[in-house]
Structure formats: structure tokens, C-alpha cells
Design a protein around this ligand. Structure first.
Ligand code: FES
Length: 220
């Protein structure tokens, strides 16, 4: 997969202005900036994380692992985008900026490839998003029961959005912190060691506009 080249598939013609918008920032500074934006901007914030830099709960752990496995090859762009979407449920501008920087590609190139394929979602599907990890560790700790409970409560299938557009339920693969299983990202905030009952309560709160209550010491 890492050897798959984007250029070989003729993407250049689909990239508007490719090469004209270089990724901004340098090294770790941009990484911290992207993660800080993600935390503050409602994508994959992590409750209790350090505002100054990368933490063990960094939402980019899985993306970083794919980047490292592919040795930061630009040819691995599609695989990295796949990882990002499977992790976050969609590709935000922050995520694409981060990937563009790490692969030393123009942001316009990354955006062009992401927007070319229907597989990639550039926007979250509902007002609230609930990404449930179904990796092995989370699965054996009742992640499937969590999914069934939410589907029954909100009358929606996993991977879809409720009829009123309030909540999208997405299945994602290992989020990279299996010690917190079963792990869920609800509106960008990590919820660790959930039960069907605890997550249902959290989802009801966000859908009803009450918001999650502060949790002592971070996650339960
Ligand atoms: S399997 Fe869920 S975080 Fe790894």
C-alpha cells in the first residue's frame, strides 16, 4: 500500500493549483499548532491534554504510525488519508494541513486527492459525531454493545446520521490508546472506558444541548 503512487493515478490533473499553496509552518511548531487547533476547534480534542504540545493522547497517533510505517513517503498519501478518515470519521482542514506538512506536500495537492474520491468525507455528517472504536481491544470490551445501544436509542445505523441531522454514529478502527478501551470520541473529546449506559448518557446530553459534564481527572 505504501508504494501506491498518487501521481501514477493521474491525480495531477484533478488538483487545482497543485504546487501553488505550500504547507505552512515548520517542524514541530506546525505539529503543535495543528493539534492545538484541533483541540480548540472541535475536531479531536482530548480532555485534560496539555495545551502546549503533543501528548500521549494525541489524536494523530494513528496517522503518525502510518506515516512512520511508510517512511513519510509522499506516495503513501492515500494510505495516510485512509488512516486519518478511519480515525476521525472525516478529513478536516486541520488534518489535511497536518498531513501535507508531514509529507512535505502542498496543501492543495492533499485537498485535491481527498476531494477527488467519494470515499473521503471532508465534513462531519451530523451536528454531533460519535466515533466508536471497534478495534480489537475495544471490541472485546463491549464496543459492539455500545454501538447497538446507540443505534436502538437514536434509531440510526452505525455509519449514518439521524433523520434530524443531530447525531452521526461512526465506527472507527483502533484509536491508538487501547489502554483506554472501550474508547469513543464524542464531538472531538475522548471518552475512555465507556459502558453502553455511560456513553448513552453522554450522547443524550450533547444531542439535547446540555453538553458533557466536566469529568474529574479526565476520563472515567
Ligand atoms: S482498539 Fe480501541 S483504542 Fe485500540
Amino acid at each position: 500500500m505504501c508504494a501506491e503512487t498518487t501521481r501514477d493515478k493521474g491525480f495531477a490533473s484533478t488538483v487545482k493549483g497543485a504546487g501553488s499553496i505550500p504547507a505552512k509552518g515548520t517542524g514541530a511548531a506546525l505539529k503543535r499548532e495543528a493539534e492545538a487547533r484541533a483541540r480548540g476547534g472541535g475536531q479531536q480534542a482530548v480532555a485534560g491534554s496539555d495545551s502546549a504540545g503533543v501528548t500521549a493522547d494525541s489524536p494523530y497517533i494513528q496517522v503518525d504510525r502510518t506515516l512512520q510505517r511508510c517512511q513519510y513517503s509522499q506516495d503513501a498519501l492515500i494510505e495516510v488519508l485512509h488512516t486519518a478518515q478511519e480515525t476521525f470519521g472525516f478529513l478536516s482542514e486541520d488534518t489535511m494541513t497536518y498531513i501535507a506538512h508531514e509529507l512535505k506536500l502542498p496543501l492543495s495537492w492533499v485537498y485535491g486527492v481527498a476531494s477527488f474520491y467519494h470515499h473521503f468525507n471532508l465534513k462531519p455528517q451530523g451536528e454531533h459525531s460519535c466515533n466508536i472504536c471497534m478495534g480489537t481491544a475495544c471490541f472485546v470490551k463491549r464496543a459492539g454493545d455500545i454501538v447497538e445501544t446507540l443505534e436502538r436509542e437514536f434509531q440510526v445505523k452505525a455509519g449514518e446520521t439521524t433523520a434530524d441531522g443531530k447525531l452521526s454514529i461512526n465506527i472507527v478502527r483502533c484509536l491508538g490508546n487501547c489502554g483506554l478501551a472501550p474508547m469513543v470520541i464524542l464531538d472531538g473529546t475522548v471518552h475512555a472506558r465507556q459502558t453502553p449506559e455511560s456513553l448513552l448518557d453522554e450522547c443524550r446530553k450533547v444531542v439535547q444541548g446540555r453538553g458533557p459534564e466536566p469529568r474529574e481527572g479526565g476520563n472515567k
